[in-house]
Structure formats: C-alpha cells, structure tokens
Design a protein around this ligand. Structure first.
Ligand SMILES: Cc1ncc(COP(=O)(O)O)c(C=O)c1O
Length: 400
C-alpha cells in the first residue's frame, strides 16, 4: 500500500484535488484557506462547533444494533450509525454548522449553497436562519421536482431556492451556478459546499467537520462491543458522510472500509453515478481533479441514480486517493438493490432510511449473509428517508 497523503500544501491528496478555478476565484479561496487555517488552530472555534453539535444538532448520534435485520439476513451483525437522527435528518448539518461558524468569523452576511437531494440545502437554510444570514440555495430543476418536500422546507426556513435549468438539471449544474454566483459576490458571500469536493481547502475542511461521525463511532463501538467493527461502510456521492466515517479509521488496519457508489441501472450501462467502480479516468470538475465520468473529449457524462444525493459524476479527491492506495474499497449498489434494502430497514427495524444511505445498506444486505454471526458491519445511516417517500411511492406505482 502506498502511503496516505492528507493533503499537501496545494490541496492534493496524491494526484487528486488541487485548485482548478478561474483567476477571479483565487483571492476568495486564499481568504478562505487563511481563515480556516487560523480557525483550525483556535480552541474557541472548536468549542463553539462542539457546542452547536451537542445543543442544536443533538449529537452524539447513537450507534444501533439492527438485531432483527441481522437475524433475518443470517450472517454478520449489522450496526447503524444513526446520522438520520440529527436535527434536519442527515449528516449534512455537521458540515454546515462548521462552515457557518467560519462564515460568521469572516464577517460574511450571506451564504449560498448547492444541493442535490435537498438535505444540504435544508441544512444550509437551517444554519442561515440560526446565525441570522441570508441564504440562496441553487438546485437543479429535476431535483426540485424529485425533492419537493425539502424545497418547501428550505422556503419555510427563509431561504430562496434558485432553480437551475442548464445541463442535466441536477447537482452538477447547481454547483456550477453556485460557483458563478460566488465569483460575482465574494465580498459579502460565503459559499457552503455540501460535500468533500470542490477546490482546496473545501475537501479537507468538510472532512474535518464530518469526521465527528467516525470519532464518535470509534468510542461508541468500543463501549458497545468492546472492539471496532470488521467493516465500516458508507454511501458515496461527493463523499462527505463516507470520509467522515472513514477518516478516523484509516490507521486502524483491522477495519475494512467500503464506499458504495450509485450503480444506477448497472455500472456496465451508461446510467449510473459510480466514477471509481466504473473505472472512469481522471478529470477536472468544480475546481478539483479526481475520477470523473467523462467522454473521450473530456465532456462530463450524464449520470443516473434513484437517489438525488448520489447523482454526481465526480467524487471527492480524498476518496480517489484512498482508492489509489487501496485503503478503501469502492463498490456500487444498483437502484434495485438500494430499494430492496430501503424496504428491509423499514420492515425489520422500523427505520425509513434515505435512498442514499440505502446504497450502503444494500452492500451490507448482500455481504452479511456471507459472513460469520460474530462479525460486525457498521453502516453509516447518513440520513432519514422522509424526503424520499414521493420517489419511492412513484416507483411502486402508488399515488400519494
Ligand atoms: C442522506 C444523504 N446521504 C448521502 C448523501 C451523499 O452526499 P455525501 O457523499 O457528501 O455524503 C446525501 C446528499 O445529498 C444525502 O442527502
């Protein structure tokens, strides 16, 4: 295994990451990097972060033994890290609290965000309301349709939702628009990126805010079963919930780490969002270099996933590095497998998971029966599925 690099001074994780933006954005990114470097050294910043995670988000989120589901599958014990129980219903809020505190420290009065599933949009609108900032959320027109409850939630929270009609009308295009807007208004605006992607210092910063997931899980699993799980698994869109779980485990060589990409209709078809599993080449998108779904001319390919939050052609650079050095395995779960796992968790545990998280569950559902009853799989249940009930009903042919 090559050694782990996390990241160098130019924001590269091995050959991935960096800062590929127009000159007009460089001063804004330098200002941000400087502000984050200072905040990172300031115990008061982390005290404020931990305070909000406890008293606003409701952390720590518990780990839960899905005994009934484990028994049904007849193999390894499945445990869930319950990020679905966070205020706003997903892991996204861990990061938005951190970035909002940084925005406040930098004197910014307005935040913008992109969103796919709407969870990051809701989490951004939530912290904007809490910190008294204006908020604009960029969202692809298709996602606005797929995630109507979250769109209404953002509006209730006082945010403006900006519909993006360009390109594939999904997350990729929303992020393009948000970056364009940021260039035009860097003086008063802070761009809250919702995943561990984008130009440096975002991937590192988002990871640092999300790794509370893995830090808690390590303590909780030790307390619950006296050891660490055999496998830790998480779904990967841009990669924030996964890197949040994995990062504290990287040095724990006994813990197998598995990232699950969106296999859509199959990685052998064009309809998926699985850059690493499908062997996509390196490319540049949204200011960073990583594995990227693109054609021979470097044009970004269309993607498909039943879950809006995984419907992204790239992947955070740290994941690409972890794939290169072999520390994390990346596999794909198809739409059908995710939907089956979604149903199983509803029926056997009384928990409605997000469709994104259902991809990580699908891996556990497939692999647990092949493992011993004493073995343990920890699944990051990154969010709850209330936002997805319209999508699931439609797929089942039920009218709500
Ligand atoms: C519940 C949930 N899980 C996972 C994701 C994927 O994002 P990431 O890979 O950054 O964790 C999303 C994105 O919207 C989400 O809402």
């Amino acid at each position: 295994m090559q050694t782990y690099q996390a990241p160098d001074a130019r924001g590269f994780f091995g050959r991935h990451g960096g800062t590929y933006v127009s000159e007009t954005l460089i001063p804004a990114l330098q200002e941000l990097a400087q502000a984050y470097a200072e905040a990172k050294q300031d115990p008061a910043f982390w005290a404020a972060f931990r305070h909000d995670l406890a008293h606003y988000v409701g952390r720590p989120s518990p780990v839960y033994h899905a005994e009934h589901l484990s028994r049904k599958l007849g193999g390894a014990q499945i445990w869930l890290k319950r990020e679905d129980l966070n205020h706003t219903g997903a892991h996204k809020v861990n990061n938005t609290i951190g970035q909002a505190l940084l925005a406040q420290r930098m004197g910014k009065k307005r935040v913008i965000a992109e969103t796919g599933a709407g969870q990051h949009g809701v989490a951004s609108a939530t912290v904007a309301a809490r910190f008294g900032m204006a908020c604009h959320v960029y969202m692809g027109a298709d996602d606005i349709r797929r995630q109507a409850p979250n769109v209404f939630r953002m509006k209730l929270l006082g945010a403006q939702v900006v519909s993006v009609d360009s390109g594939s009308r999904t997350l990729k295009d929303a992020m393009n628009e948000a970056m364009r807007e940021w260039v035009a208004r860097v003086d008063d605006t802070f761009y809250i990126i919702g995943t561990a992607a984008g130009p440096a210092p975002y991937p590192e910063m988002v990871r640092d805010f999300q790794c509370v997931i893995g830090q808690e899980a390590k303590e909780q699993m030790l307390a619950a079963i006296g050891r660490q799980p055999d496998v830790a698994v998480a779904c990967v869109g841009g990669g924030s919930n996964a890197i949040g779980l994995f990062y504290p485990y990287i040095e724990e060589s006994g813990v197998r780490l598995v990232g699950v990409e969106a296999g859509g209709r199959g990685v052998e078809t064009p309809d998926h969002a699985a850059p690493i599993s499908s062997g996509a080449p390196l490319g540049v998108l949204h200011g960073f270099r990583s594995y990227l779904m693109q054609d021979a001319h470097g044009q970004v390919l269309g993607t498909h996933s039943v879950s809006a939050g995984l419907d992204y052609p790239g992947i955070g650079p740290e994941h690409s590095h972890l794939a290169d050095i072999g520390r994390v395995e990346y596999q794909a779960a198809n739409d059908d497998a995710a939907l089956e796992a979604f149903d199983l968790l509803c029926r056997y545990e009384g928990i409605i998971p997000a469709l994104e998280s259902s991809h990580a569950l699908a891996w556990a559902v497939a692999e647990a029966p092949k493992m011993d009853k004493e073995q343990v799989i920890l699944v990051n249940l990154s969010g709850r599925g209330d936002k997805d009930i319209n999508t699931v009903a439609k797929l089942k042919g039920i009218e709500l």
